[in-house]
Design a protein around this ligand. Structure first.
Ligand code: GAP
Length: 513
């Protein structure tokens, strides 16, 4: 199946099974804003719990906070967001549509890769088993020609972005004949900067109101509370502050479902260290964060680091953890060594001393910071998309199954009476009542057992427990495993430990040690 078709199916499945809905759907929707449904919110909460516990429970020196979305507007001056949190925009005069100039050019660059891949696919078909793809990519003249053109464009584009040369970005669009996908014309305006922050007015009177911003990242709420937490928690360096919360960005190119949203959620941790020790800690956090992802068992081959060549002026090291989405490897998490940029700037703009007294060195200084920042929604998308499978069974039938990592699954087990009589529903409810304190359970009695299994497969429930007439005699049930579809007869007394082995968050967290 083409990746594009697969992605469409994944999006449709997310809606059909109560994971993700378009926001304000009955009013035709609000672009790049989404709501999480009854199953989506459970999966999302489990992702957040996995991250939160990994940070604040497994590390004695990491504590959490929950800062507000509205903050003093000077914070965004100090952080650089008012002046520099911009995207380069261009309008097409005929369609009146607005685009990100950098995205238009990146799409053009991707077209060269598509051409290369088509050449390779054609050759693979022609030469069959003897085809040496690596050699072909390195030597075929047509492939090399496309690669050369791609690299030339990339180099020119990277320089224009580095210099923020807006005229050059426009010139590239004209030189490469990039047309508006709607009107098909090259009737472009100038490129100009567009700030991504949403703003609103706070206060009740026009004279007394103040322009405030919806935070574009949660990190600044941590920086401005550095002293509060350090002093009240008597924290000693190195230590971290973690936070999960909403962030808002007026993204111009909003596409790929929940990958790029205007309202989204971040899980961020700022780790404060002695100046000079930051690169060592950067390395440790880079490895620790990948380990957190890998523990979910979604395949090592689906992750890669993308080290930044071009660093933001305040960073001295940065990398992304990318995951293989249906539309290619994409950033899910960023790890940045942010030096003392944020704390120093808040010191400057607030006029308050934001320093740490180091008793071992007997001196005060502004700590350096390693940041780990992951989008909850992107993590959700990577887990959801990776788990989706249309499986052909041995009997030729197909089933749609979500192979979610069991500790993240919305429902851990469904309990099903074989028939709706003879006391079987009561027995099923009794089992649920004994397990519901530790596991999210679901009672399911409608339709045939086969249909009920399919329904639970489609939402990723790891176990289905069936109560039949034998249950009343010997206190045993059938337990069916989602991935293997194998069934076995077990005692009701063993259900807790069977479920716990696979779905427990504790077992998942133990893999991180
Ligand atoms: N404090 C650092 C920071 O905000 P970022 O790379 O801009 O860095 C961090 O964002 C993470 O937040 C990204 O890796 C991504 O997972 C998520 N993210 C950023 N913009 C997003 C958007 N528009 N929609 C969904 N997730 C987004």
């Amino acid at each position: 199946m083409a990746q594009e078709d697969l992605f469409k199916k994944i999006v449709a499945h997310a809606k059909e099974y109560g994971f993700v809905f378009q926001s304000s759907e009955i009013y035709d929707g609000l672009s790049a804003v989404y709501d999480y449904g009854q199953n989506g919110v459970e999966l999302k909460n489990n992702i957040k719990r996995y991250w939160w516990n990994a940070m604040t429970q497994l590390h004695e020196n990491i504590v959490g906070i929950d800062s507000s979305i509205f903050m003093h507007p000077t914070i965004w001056k100090a952080s650089g967001h008012v002046d520099a949190f911009n995207d380069p925009l261009i309008d097409n005069r005929d369609s009146k549509k607005r685009y990100r100039a950098d995205v238009l050019i990146e799409d053009e660059i991707a077209k060269f890769d598509d051409k290369i891949n088509k050449e390779v696919a054609k050759a693979a078909k022609k030469f069959g088993e003897n085809f040496d793809e690596k050699l072909y990519r390195e030597t075929n003249p047509r492939v090399l020609e496309h690669a050369k053109k791609r690299d030339e464009l990339h180099e020119r584009y990277a320089k224009a972005m580095n210099d923020m040369n807006l005229e050059e970005l426009r010139q590239i669009i004209l030189d490469y004949g990039i047309v508006c996908p709607i009107s098909g014309t090259k009737n472009w305006t100038d490129v100009r900067q567009f700030n991504l922050m949403f703003s609103t007015e706070m206060g009740s009177t026009s004279e007394g109101s103040m322009k405030v911003y919806l935070r574009p990242e949660t990190a600044q709420g941590i920086f401005v509370n550095f002293l509060n937490v350090q002093k009240t928690g008597r924290m000693r360096l190195p230590f971290g502050i973690a936070q999960i919360g909403k962030a808002f960005r007026n993204e111009i190119v909003a596409r790929q479902f929940i990958f790029r949203m205007r309202e989204f959620e971040q899980m961020e941790m700022q780790f404060f260290v002695r100046p000079g020790e930051e690169l060592e800690w950067f390395k440790k956090w880079k490895a620790a964060r990948l380990k957190w992802h890998l523990a979910l068992g979604m395949g090592e081959e689906n992750y890669r680091y993308h080290d930044h060549e071009k660093l933001a002026h305040y960073a001295n090291a940065a990398t992304d953890i990318e995951f293989l989405m249906p539309f290619g490897f994409k950033e899910v998490e960023g790890i940045h060594s942010r030096t003392d940029f944020d704390l120093s700037n808040h010191e400057k703009f607030s006029g308050k001393k934001i320093q740490y007294f180091d008793p071992e060195l007997n001196k005060s200084y502004v700590p350096y910071v390693i940041e780990t920042s992951i989008g909850v929604d992107r993590m959700f998308l990577s887990v959801f998309a990776h788990s989706y499978e249309e499986e052909t069974l041995e009997n030729g039938e197909t089933r749609v199954v979500l192979h979610l990592p069991a500790p993240l699954a919305p429902i851990k087990a469904a309990v099903m009476p074989l028939v709706r009589k003879d006391g079987l529903p009561d027995k099923a409810r009794e089992i649920i009542d004994s397990l519901k304190f530790d596991f999210k359970m679901q009672y399911d009695e409608k339709d045939s057992i086969g249909k009920r299994y399919r329904r639970q497969d489609a939402v990723g429930t790891p176990f289905c427990i069936t109560v039949d007439h034998q249950t009343l005699e010997d206190n045993t049930v059938t337990i069916r495993h989602r991935d293997t579809m194998e069934q076995s007869r077990v005692s009701i007394d063993d259900l807790h430990s069977i479920l716990n082995k696979e779905v427990s968050m504790t077992e998942l967290l133990k893999k991180l040690l």
